[in-house]
Design a protein around this ligand. Sequence first.
Ligand code: IDC
Length: 339
Amino acid sequence: MKRCRFYKYFWCIVLCMACFIGGIAIYEKKGSMDISQAKTVSPVKKYGKLTVSGTALVGENGKKIQIKGVSTHGINWYPQYVNKKTFKHLRDSWKVNAVRLAMYTEEYNGYCSGGDKKELKKTVCKGVDALTELGMYAIIDWHILSDGNPNTHVKDAKKFFSSMAKKYKDQNNVIYEICNEPNGGTTWSQIRKYAKKIIPVIRKQNPDAIIIVGTPSWDQEADKAVENPLSYDNILYALHFYSATHKTDLRKVAKEALKSGLPLFVSEFGICDASGNGSVDKKEAEKWLKLLKKYHAGYVIWNLSNKDESSALIKSDCTKLSGWTSKELTVEGRWYKKW
Ligand code: IDC
């Protein structure tokens, strides 16, 4: 009789233990599923349409998002990197949430200097469509440089942005950068004049689109925009730095602008010198990124190519378009991925 009761308790205890262990296993499995599922939630799925609020971008979920992106080199010269597999690798392995599609306007094969307009537009659209499928933000960059003053090609710009905005008017992931780096003495009032022509063209299609506007002297005079900002919502003002050249002085301009509440956006930066080449300065770059983090201001690194220059992310002897090992990345590439 006693022996019988002992067995009854024994099996009861075994059953309880089995339930307990099984419960833990199910809980852990569920937990790990949640983690892996969280990984596959794309940036656009999570944040949706963005609006500018103070110095930050805010998603539909009410949360701030800091754009951490990669810029292509000129798609006029390196179109091979504009594809879904490359961008997917950047999203999943580098945790990049945006890609800037840089289209030169005046340089060799530029959109306004003899380049194949149809082909260039096709490449931009291929990039936007790939990013849309991946749930990433797309920045369409009208990459003026040697043209200096954006008014030089204002007619072309109007047509280009009108057709892009028409095509993407119902999308929540497209950001328009209307002039890369005004330079050559172009004043803020000339940039404003240009912006007032282009912004309405985009906003006619998409009334709340996020638009990035360049500032004088290669996007370094944010103070001019602080003095006389544009009277539109959802505008970001560009500031560019190359950390081996631009240090405390330019950072002071950025800091003052951010402190005053100007929504700055670093649509291009490098950790080398302003030529896109030369030695790198990681320490200065980290000081920059810490400042930007404090204000939730986004940044995009230059450049996605294997050109033989320090600002390229991929080594020149590597022709792979994704899945780069750290040995196949340049110093800048390795640093950014790690950061
Ligand atoms: C550089 C490229 C280089 C190319 C040159 C064309 O890295 O390969 O030959 O443009 O003129 C910028 C510009 C960006 C520059 C980059 C580096 O926006 O187009 O790219 N830079 O010089 N502003 C500051 C630096």
